[in-house]
Write a protein that binds this ligand. Structure first.
Ligand code: FES
Ligand code: ZN
Length: 307
């Protein structure tokens, strides 16, 4: 196949939604341009700002870190060891190996140090892992970003993640979650650091192609707690539509982002105060993370007594 960009007959990556095929080199150029475009279009950050990349060891976050470094941004990676057996062990190794190759030192947070691994927390509270995990991660990334003087926290959410999340929110009519769909969540006076999603213009498939071409060794297994997640069903539904009508995911998400779905006063809702225990932003005197930690400790102590 002919590459649309350089005209060589080594076109390998076919992108229906762009009606184009690229050779490996030109695909890398194309991919980086899409990320660059998202960064400037949504005013995510400038070359002078310090970026903290949330890396999990999966393809999206490692690709994000890779692209940001290649685009010349000042980007450090941070990994949270969730303590999920082999899954965490292997993904941590992937992060460390990637960082070594790029001569970077990742920030590592180990949840076992505070008795807050995902298996421990879910066993104590009998609640779904994913929502607890999201909250725990948000807490640590925000806190590390503030302590380390980072201007912005970047996550590897891609077009598929964002479009499927939007579909889920619309199907459930979770209107209150609409503001969280923005590719940029501004910092708040209570101490939430700016959050950005620079991969919002690229699909999961494109990200996987980029990882393959660049030789990025990432964790291919999903988290064992993600089995049966509803987001996978929304992704599949969108993939079906995309197959029939290329470009559907992008039209769906960007049409929404361009629309009039956000009210100015919604912004203020995220403003709060500081947690009395850890100092992180909170709606109540003590933040949800510190309350969770206390609850886990209380139940562990009760468990020990009962044993
Ligand atoms: Fe958080 Fe699986 S990655 S529970
Ligand atoms: Zn707290």
């Amino acid at each position: 196949m002919k590459c649309r960009r350089c005209g060589s007959f080594e076109g390998e990556v076919a992108l229906k939604r762009h009606n184009a095929t690229f050779c490996r080199n030109c695909f890398v150029v194309f991919f980086r341009r899409q990320v660059k475009r998202a960064i400037s279009e949504f005013r995510m950050f400038t070359p002078k700002e310090k970026i903290l990349v949330c890396v999990s060891g999966g393809k999206d976050s490692l690709v994000l870190w890779d692209v940001l470094l290649d685009l010349g941004f000042d980007a450090d990676g941070m990994y949270i060891d969730l303590g999920i057996g082999d899954y965490s062990r292997e993904s941590r190794e992937k992060v460390l190996a990637f960082a070594r190759l790029r001569k970077r030192e990742p920030i590592i947070v180990d949840l076992s140090a505070e008795g807050m691994t995902i298996p421990e927390v879910t066993a104590r509270l009998r609640k779904k892992a994913c929502s607890l995990c999201g909250m725990i991660k948000r807490h640590h990334f925000n806190s590390a970003a503030r302590k380390g003087g980072y201007d912005v926290v970047a996550t590897g959410h891609n077009l598929d993640d964002e479009a499927s999340r939007l579909l889920g929110n619309i199907i459930q009519w979770n209107v209150k979650y609409f503001p969280g769909q923005k590719p940029v969540l501004e910092e708040t006076s209570s101490g939430m650091v700016r959050k950005v999603k620079p991969l919002v213009r690229v699909t999961e498939y494109e990200t996987a192609c980029y990882a393959l071409i660049r030789g990025i060794d990432y964790m291919i297994y999903e988290c064992p707690y993600s089995k049966g997640a509803t987001s996978l069903a929304y992704k599949e539904a969108l993939n079906m539509l995309e197959e029939e009508m290329p470009g559907t995911k992008a039209r769906f998400l960007f049409g929404f982002l361009d629309g009039e779905f956000f009210r100015e006063d919604e912004k203020e809702e995220s403003e709060g105060r500081s947690c009395l225990v850890c100092g992180e932003p909170s709606f109540q005197e003590v933040c949800s993370y510190c309350r969770l930690k206390e609850e886990v400790a209380r139940r562990s102590a009760a468990g020990r007594k009962g044993a």
